[in-house]
Design a protein around this ligand. Structure first.
Ligand code: NAI
Ligand code: 15L
Length: 278
C-alpha cells in the first residue's frame, strides 16, 4: 500500500469523482480541493486556484507527499477564462508546491496538447489495415484549442520547475477517461477509470521521473499512440474498449479519417463546432 497523503485538485469534477472512489484502495489518503464544494465531503478545501492567496495555497499543499492536479477548465473556452483557470491557476499551484517542498505533481495534461496530430493509418489500429506507426510521446506539439495550448503551458511549466527547482512531474496526456466509451473515436483514446487509477498510482510511485510525459489510455485494440512511456513507469493497463466497438460502430458508423472531425487525435476539437466561443 502507498500510505501517502495526496492533494487531489479538481476533486468535484468528473475525473476527480472517479479517482476519489478508486485511489483510496491503493492506500492513499486524499486531501480534496475544488472551487466548488465536493459532494459528501465537507472537509474538502473550497478554493479557486487562480484567485486564492499564496498563503491559502501553501496551506493547501503543506505536508502532502504529492499532488494530482486535475483542477481547471476541461474543454474549450474563451482565452481569458483559460488564462485564469488553467494558466494562472496551474502556475499558482506549482509555486505553492515549490515553496512547501512538495516532491511530485501528477499533471492532467490532455490529448488536445497534440490534438492536430493526424490519426495513424485508417484509425482502426489492429482492427483495421494496421502497419501505421503509433504516435510517439515526443510528437511535436499541435494544440487544437486554447484549452490544448494551456496544457502545453502546463507541461512546459512542469519542465521548468523540474530543471530549476527539482519539483518532479508526470504529465499524463489523458485520452478520454469516462466510465464507458461513447464514440467511435473513444474506442482509440478511452482510458477506463480503473486503468486511470492504475496510471496515476504508477505516476505517483515510479522513481526518478524528473519531468516525464506519457500517454494515458487503456490497452485499446484501436490504439493511436504509444503506451511505452507509461508502461515504463510501471503502468499495466488491463482494459480495452473493443467490447464496446460493435454497438458504437452500428450506431455511428466506422471511424472515417476523411471526415475533418475524425482525421486528427483531437477529434471534433479540431473543427470548432459553431456553438463554441469565438
Ligand atoms: P471537470 O470539468 O469535470 O472537472 C474539473 C474540476 O476543476 C471542476 O470540478 C471545477 O470546479 C474545477 N476547477 C476549475 N477551475 C478551477 C479553479 N480555478 N480552481 C479550483 N478548481 C477549479 O473535468 P474532468 O473531466 O474531471 O477533467 C479533470 C482534468 O483532467 C482537467 O484538467 C482536464 O483538462 C483533464 N483531462 C480530462 C480528460 C477526461 O477524459 N476526463 C481528458 C484529458 C484531460
Ligand atoms: C479532454 O481533454 C477533455 O477534458 C474531456 O472532457 C474529453 O473531451 C477528452 O479530452 C477527449 O478528448 O475526449
Amino acid at each position: 500500500p502507498a500510505d501517502r497523503t495526496v492533494l487531489l485538485t479538481g476533486a468535484a469534477g468528473g475525473l476527480g469523482t472517479l479517482m476519489r472512489g478508486l485511489l483510496p484502495s491503493y492506500g492513499y489518503t486524499l486531501r480534496l480541493l475544488d472551487m466548488r464544494p465536493v459532494d459528501g465531503e465537507p472537509e474538502a478545501l473550497v478554493l479557486d486556484l487562480s484567485t486564492a492567496t499564496g498563503d491559502e495555497l501553501r496551506a493547501a499543499v503543506r505536508g502532502v507527499d504529492a499532488v494530482i492536479h486535475l483542477a481547471g477548465i476541461s474543454l474549450e473556452s474563451t482565452f481569458e477564462k483559460i488564462l485564469e483557470a488553467n494558466i494562472r491557476g496551474t502556475y499558482a499551484l506549482y509555486e505553492a508546491a515549490r515553496a512547501e517542498g512538495v516532491r511530485r505533481i501528477v499533471f492532467a495534461s490532455s490529448n488536445h496538447a497534440v490534438g492536430f496530430t493526424p490519426v495513424p493509418g485508417d484509425g482502426k489500429g489492429a482492427a483495421g489495415a494496421g502497419g501505421a506507426p503509433l504516435i510517439p510521446v515526443d510528437t511535436p506539439r499541435r494544440p487544437d484549442t486554447f484549452y490544448g495550448l494551456s496544457k502545453c503551458f502546463g507541461e512546459d511549466l512542469a519542465q521548468l520547475y523540474w530543471d530549476l527547482h527539482g519539483t518532479e512531474t508526470v504529465s499524463v496526456r489523458i485520452g478520454s477517461c469516462f466510465p464507458e466509451p461513447t464514440s467511435v473515436r473513444m474506442l482509440s483514446v478511452w482510458l477506463s477509470p480503473a486503468d486511470g487509477a492504475r496510471l496515476f498510482h504508477a505516476a505517483l510511485t515510479a522513481e526518478n521521473v524528473g519531468h516525464t510525459v506519457v500517454h494515458g489510455s487503456s490497452a485499446n485494440t484501436r490504439l493511436w499512440w504509444d503506451l511505452g512511456p507509461a508502461r515504463a513507469l510501471g503502468y499495466e493497463p488491463r482494459d480495452n474498449s473493443e467490447p464496446y466497438a460493435a454497438q458504437l460502430i452500428a450506431e455511428q458508423g466506422e471511424l472515417d479519417t476523411a471526415r475533418p472531425d475524425q482525421a486528427h487525435l483531437g477529434g471534433h476539437f479540431c473543427t470548432r463546432p459553431p456553438s463554441w466561443p469565438h
